[in-house]
Design a protein around this ligand. Structure first.
Ligand code: ATP
Ligand code: MG
Length: 387
């Protein structure tokens, strides 16, 4: 059976993750030691970047580094969602995830394990009570209180005399703002209070590039609380690792020459989603046609098919989600050479912000905008023609 290691619909599988070496070195040399009880306090990180750039994949890779650390670090990963009724509901779920992570640890005594189980039951019950009563209006203070009290309680009962730390990883943390505008202020206050009590809780969040622009207006201290990691598309070295390592790992027996890597870089600009998308199709074809060498001419022969798939799976959906007024703006940006468009050339800036929120347009600073990927520009020019 042939296992294709590329899947653009999920974050990168930890077994095939082979790049982002600079970010990993920073995490392993800076953040991990900062979670040790005798450090001066955890470094909190915000992984920021546009759609599909690899935020969740990297956050998930950080979990793996935590598990390899020279002392116990308990990483707790939670995807944020508007689906939680309230910030209170989200925080009670987060606390129960922490307890679940602790309970996986092998080193507890029988008595501690029993206490942890009781504790988990009481927290699950708290979460259920909130859901059942449907109290989306549960006060912000109540949310802060449950987080602070329960995390402190957990620490004091189970962890205070151990050499360990906890890392809370909140993926898509910007979604918490739609539960409560104070969400980040509370997180900062609670984590800071816990630090002063000697409890080691570090924080990693992921979110869009503009996250702190929106928060700065309301709360500057929150901005300072995080070290920012702005994720960029793969450079040539990252691209080579992301492509060659998984192919070798599944022993596909397929060679990928340097020129092919250049070719993929030129088609994708190193955007992880499109790299993964292309590689999935390319490898599937090469395997069924028994190719042992993915040379550029072979890739060129497959390009029309790949483009058709990208259009169908990605751009048709993007395009159908925008009303005519926003399509006009997308066309204007697609037509601007070399793809960057000053805001003043676009007639309706309200619609422009909506397109940024929909991840179709990227704000490049100094009033310049661009489409989220040049291939989307090519697509727009072609539907423009057909319309
Ligand atoms: N370091 C990496 N190595 C290999 N593939 C990667 C890497 N980073 C991302 N990818 C691939 O790129 C795609 C997008 O990654 P991911 O879901 O992590 O991005 P994201 O920034 O979290 O996206 P979103 O904004 O939708 O949350 C996935 O298919 C993933 O497999
Ligand atoms: Mg993500």
């Amino acid at each position: 059976m042939f296992l294709n290691p590329f899947n653009p619909n999920y974050p990168a599988d930890i077994r095939y993750f082979a790049n982002r070496k600079r970010e990993l070195a920073w995490f392993e040399e800076g953040v991990i030691p900062s979670l040790h009880p005798s450090s001066s306090g955890p470094w909190n990180i915000a992984i920021l970047g546009p759609w599909g750039i690899g935020k969740t994949s990297l956050a998930n890779r950080f979990m793996h580094s935590c598990r390899q650390a020279p002392f116990d670090i308990f990483p707790v990963f939670i995807s944020c969602s508007r689906g939680y009724d309230s910030l209170y509901g989200f925080f009670s779920m987060l606390v129960s995830f922490v307890a679940d992570e602790l309970s996986k640890h092998k080193g507890w005594s029988e008595k501690a394990m029993e206490q942890l189980r009781d504790w988990q039951l009481s927290i699950h019950a708290l979460g259920l009570t909130v859901t059942k009563r449907q109290r989306p209006d549960m006060a912000t203070a109540g949310a802060a209180d449950i987080l602070r009290r329960q995390l402190r309680d957990l620490w004091e009962r189970f962890l205070a005399d151990r050499e360990c730390g906890i890392l809370l990883i909140l993926d898509d943390a910007h979604l918490l703002l739609s539960l409560d505008k104070q969400a980040f202020l509370i997180l900062r206050a609670v984590i800071q209070d816990l630090h002063l009590l000697g409890a080691r809780y570090g924080l990693v969040i992921t979110g869009p590039s503009e996250l702190f622009e929106d928060i700065r207006l309301e709360s500057e201290p929150v901005v300072r609380f995080f070290n920012k990691m702005n994720l960029k598309p793969f450079d040539r070295e990252d691209l080579a690792d992301a492509i060659r390592y998984p192919v070798e790992r599944v022993q596909a027996g397929i060679t990928i020459p340097d020129e092919t890597l250049d070719w993929i870089q030129s088609k994708t600009n190193g955007h992880p989603y499109f790299v993964t998308f292309i590689m999935r199709v390319m490898l599937m074809n090469a395997h069924s046609e028994r190719r042992v060498n993915l040379d550029v001419s072979y890739c060129e022969s497959k390009w029309p098919e790949i483009l058709r798939l990208i259009y169908a799976e990605r751009f048709d959906v993007d395009w159908s989600s925008v009303p005519p007024g926003e399509r006009m703006i997308l066309r204007q940006i697609a037509a601007a050479a070399p793809g960057d468009c000053p805001a003043k050339d676009v007639q309706n800036s309200g619609l422009l912000s909506r397109l940024v929120q929909k991840n179709l347009v990227i704000r490049k600073g100094r009033g310049m905008y661009t489409l989220y990927h040049p291939l989307f520009g090519e697509y727009i020019q072609q539907v423009d023609f057909e319309d």
